[in-house]
Design a protein around this ligand. Structure first.
Ligand code: NAD
Length: 310
């Protein structure tokens, strides 16, 4: 019998995790405070397993067989009983995370890893007083996780190396690409990078340098094209004839000069927000939001297939 993973919270992210752990060969038990959401989650899991299989993204497994290993439980205690790892996916609210982790702490065995999907809350903020705190860790996925394999692993100061290494190994086994933070850092890695880009985009629009659509063009027809297969460091290494040292010698002064002008962070309000809203709602009308999400996921799926071939 395969080992068991418990998913606590069966919303958008919980469902995706269920697909990924089933793809990795695990038994998966989904739990949620709302029973109807678990029924919906099972339908989504089945559809996603078939969709991944059609695109050859199911690690060679049979979607029907994967699906037989996924079930639900209306009792948290039976959902987490005997689990190798539990993946918490409740809404992003530190008080709720504290409450859920405190309850889980009374139910899990001494070997279960308590892994949180939180996007931004460092694990020490909701695990400090737990008796199983040495098994607590954050595994932050990128949405949609079944097409974006990066996952940020953030140990708390008291997380053991054993728990960290086990989490990394499980993530690799299910086809994810773990990135391990060496210490806690507000915003983790992904969101710090994302916020830096968002803040500068905001400033450029607010200060009248360009329109919101220009930012998207620069990304989708410029920087983003490269970044989907090489990151910023490999990019600069290839952008100078003698590599990264050459790049640093040529461009570092300019980068420092421009970076000094970034200034204080801006709140996303007022006229700039109105300008951005007008632009995005023109491109992606709210009544077509669902269709556009499906389109985005479809394109990401094709990109995942392409990236598998390079
Ligand atoms: P969601 O609202 O879609 O799902 C949350 C689920 O948790 C709901 O089904 C809700 O009924 C359930 N829930 C609420 N209280 C609960 C409790 N006490 N016990 C069990 N279940 C409970 O939220 P989501 O988008 O899936 O986000 C979940 C977590 O994943 C958050 O921490 C979020 O920051 C993180 N995350 C989200 C994204 C994203 O893009 N949505 C990406 C990465 C990480």
């Amino acid at each position: 019998m395969s080992e068991k993973i418990a998913i606590v919270g069966s919303g958008l992210i919980g469902r995706s995790w269920a697909v990924l752990f089933a793809r990795g060969g695990y038994r998966v038990v989904l739990y949620d405070v709302k029973e109807e959401l678990m029924t919906q989650a099972m339908e989504v899991v089945q559809a996603q397993l078939h969709s991944l299989h059609e695109s050859n993204l199911l690690l060679g497994r049979d979607p029907a067989e994967c699906y037989t290993r996924v079930s639900t439980s209306t009792f948290l205690s039976s959902a987490v009983e005997g689990a190798l790892l539990l993946q918490e996916c409740v809404p992003e609210d530190v008080e709720l995370k504290r409450k859920v982790f405190s309850e889980l702490d009374t139910l899990v065995s001494d070997t279960t890893i308590l892994s949180s999907s939180t996007s931004c809350i460092v694990p020490s903020k909701f695990t400090e007083t737990l008796s199983h705190r040495s098994n607590c860790i954050v595994s932050h996925p990128v949405n949609p996780p079944h097409y974006c394999p990066a996952v940020e692993i953030i140990p708390a100061p008291w997380t053991t190396d054993l728990a960290k290494d086990k989490t990394i190994s499980i993530m690799k086994q299910i086809g994810m690409k773990p990135v391990v933070a060496k210490k806690e850092c507000d915003g983790f890695i992904l969101n710090r990078l994302q916020y830096a880009v968002l803040q500068e985009s905001w400033r450029l629009v607010e200060d009248g340098v360009c329109d919101p659509q220009d930012i998207d063009t620069v990304m989708t027809s410029g920087l983003g094209l490269r970044w989907s297969f090489i990151g910023p460091f490999q990019t600069i290494h290839l952008n100078a004839p003698e590599g990264v040292t050459d790049y640093a010698e040529r461009y570092s002064d300019g980068i420092v000069r421009v970076s000094k002008q970034f200034g204080e962070p801006r709140h996303m309000t007022g006229e700039t927000l109105e300008k951005v809203r007008e632009y995005v709602e023109g491109e992606v009308p709210m009544d077509k939001h669902k269709e556009n999400l499906q389109w985005r996921d479809g394109v990401l799926k094709q990109l995942a297939v392409f990236k598998q071939s390079i």
